[in-house]
Write a new protein. Structure first.
Lengths: 178, 354
């Protein structure tokens, strides 16, 4: 099985980071993975996205034309990529930043007020990880051990406290029901 | 998979170079290869190596010349416009028969162009780039694992043949992360009796130079160098073949284009089209034999490139124009989608169908 994920939003929201956590989780679970960032003049406040492919087969092109999953963290990203999601695919929306609903009726949509939840819990920069927790839960792939191991690969040992916060954020996302 | 780590292609090059014994890196920042310099800046001081951000690309390549003359493994890296600047120095390296590793993580051109991936430096890389009669060995990785593997191989080839090896990558392979294993067998570095390491009052001076004012001598130097190139062409050409055995439509593609093309070949096979892929791993020497071999079944070859059509000339030369060779391309930093390549395969199949 192959699943293609597109994380899209503003630079600074941690989309590349959450993509990396997902890719590492795939690697830990013995899958083939690729992670490709948009790169260039993007910076905090600009648009950024990253493509992650997790597959049982060797990954061909790391570039995704039609994602199975879109995680949208701002309106321009939803506007740009909504139509490209495969029929039957999944869209996760940060509903505290995107007011409109997804127009398509052939995809599964989850609305999570991730940025609001992150602020309420005292870690306003971890909305990305709240969405990641939800994402893994949606696919019944929230394996706590693998999640922790993947986080451990992405957060340096010097910042163990951040690791715990990231984990807590993911737990909140996992538990959230809309 | 415990021994695998996720790494960007650029970082994998840097780590592999260190493994290969390279302790001298000279560079100048440019997107999309800056991670190589950043990695070296972090690692080299910790392992007794030298990282130096030169004042320019030209300075950096001449520092490479200096270290190489002293017999040590050395590298520099840049992206397209920076490689143009380095080309003078690369020509000098060729003229002095010095080994070096140069990485070109290509971006769109000409001029300053853009910063998105491209393969439009193919001519520059495979024809030498600078002035004079010379070649570089040009290796074209298509994965992060190959970025590492071909870097190590690149140093070996450079030392063996006393010439520059270029890793011709692109922004995508440089920026993407994939699992990579560094479980390589590292061969011992060969002796370099020609290096200018001091005579110890025991031997004649070694001279490293590219200036030969006597045309008689310079002619011999050039002819000898090309005898070496013939040997390399005979021994070192390398390509991956994918489903080519019975392929009627053969894709020629390297690097990131080959990754896209492989998806398209699979899609075509699923539709009953006999498609296959030849992925040159060495661009110079070009894998001529592999292309000749596919002529048994091939009805058309499609060169898939991130350029206006550069490798296509080598494909035509290798196959002596015995079958039509068409081009499927995106340029300026754009990458063809698997769907676009599939459409090209389908069109070729219709053209060539009985």
């Amino acid at each position: 099985m192959t699943r293609e994920y597109l994380f899209a939003g503003f630079g600074g929201q941690g989309l590349l980071f959450s993509g990396k956590v997902l890719a590492y989780k795939g690697l830990i679970e013995d899958k083939n993975v690729s992670w490709l960032p948009s790169y260039g003049p993007e910076m905090r406040g600009g648009t950024a996205n990253c493509s992650v492919i997790i597959s049982d087969e060797p990954v061909g092109a790391p570039i995704i034309s039609y994602p199975d999953v879109l995680v949208a963290m701002n309106l321009p990203s939803l506007d740009k990529f909504e139509a490209q999601v495969k029929p039957g695919g999944t869209i996760l929306v940060d509903s505290s930043l995107i007011e409109r609903k997804v127009a398509r009726d052939d995809v599964k949509v989850y609305y999570v007020p991730a940025t609001k939840l992150a602020g309420e819990n005292g870690f306003p920069t971890l909305a990305n990880m709240i969405l990641m927790g939800k994402l893994l839960d949606v696919f019944s792939e929230y394996d706590m051990e693998a999640v922790r191991a993947a986080l451990g690969k992405c957060v340096s040992a010097r910042h163990a406290d951040l690791l715990e916060l990231n984990f807590k954020a993911m737990e909140i996302g996992k538990e959230y029901q809309d | 998979m415990a021994d695998k780590v996720l790494m960007k292609g650029n970082e994998a090059i840097a780590e592999a170079a260190i493994l290969a014994g390279c302790r001298h890196y000279f560079g100048y920042p440019i997107t999309p290869q800056t991670e190589i310099a950043a990695y070296m800046a972090k690692r080299m001081p910790k392992i007794g190596g030298t990282f130096l951000q030169a004042e320019s690309e030209i300075a950096a390549i001449n520092m490479v010349y200096g270290v190489s003359s002293a017999g040590k493994r050395v590298m520099t890296s840049s992206s397209s416009p920076g490689i143009s600047l380095k080309s003078e120095g690369i020509s000098y390296l060729a003229g002095a028969d010095l080994p070096a590793l140069v990485v070109n993580c290509q971006r769109g051109g000409p001029g300053l162009g853009g910063i998105q991936p491209s393969q439009s430096d193919y001519f520059q890389a495979t024809r030498g780039g600078g002035h004079g009669d010379y070649h570089m060995i040009v290796l074209a990785p298509a994965s992060v694992q190959e970025m590492a593997q071909l870097t190590i191989r690149g140093f070996e080839l450079a030392d063996e043949y006393r010439m520059t090896t270029m890793i011709l990558a692109d922004g995508t392979i440089g920026q993407m992360m994939e699992p990579v294993s560094f479980d390589f067998e590292i061969k011992e570095e060969p002796e370099k009796p020609w290096a200018t390491t001091g005579t110890g009052m025991k031997r004649a001076h070694n001279v490293v130079n590219s200036l030969y004012l006597s045309p008689e001598v310079l002619e011999i130097k050039n002819i000898e160098r090309f005898e070496k190139y013939d040997l390399i062409a005979e021994k070192e050409a390398l390509a991956e073949e994918y489903l080519t055995e019975d392929a009627e439509i053969v894709i020629a593609a390297f690097g990131i284009a080959a990754r896209v093309a492989k998806n398209a070949v699979n899609a075509a096979r699923a539709e009953g089209i006999k498609a296959g892929l030849i992925r040159p791993i060495t661009l110079w020497p070009f894998p001529v034999r592999t292309f000749k071999k596919c002529l048994g079944t091939a009805k058309e070859i499609i060169s898939v490139e991130l350029s206006m059509g550069q490798m296509i000339e080598d494909v035509r030369l290798a196959t002596e124009c015995k079958v039509p060779v068409s081009l499927c391309k995106r340029v300026g930093g754009m990458i063809p989608s698997p769907e676009e390549v599939y459409a090209a395969i389908k069109a070729a199949a219709e053209r060539t169908g009985e």
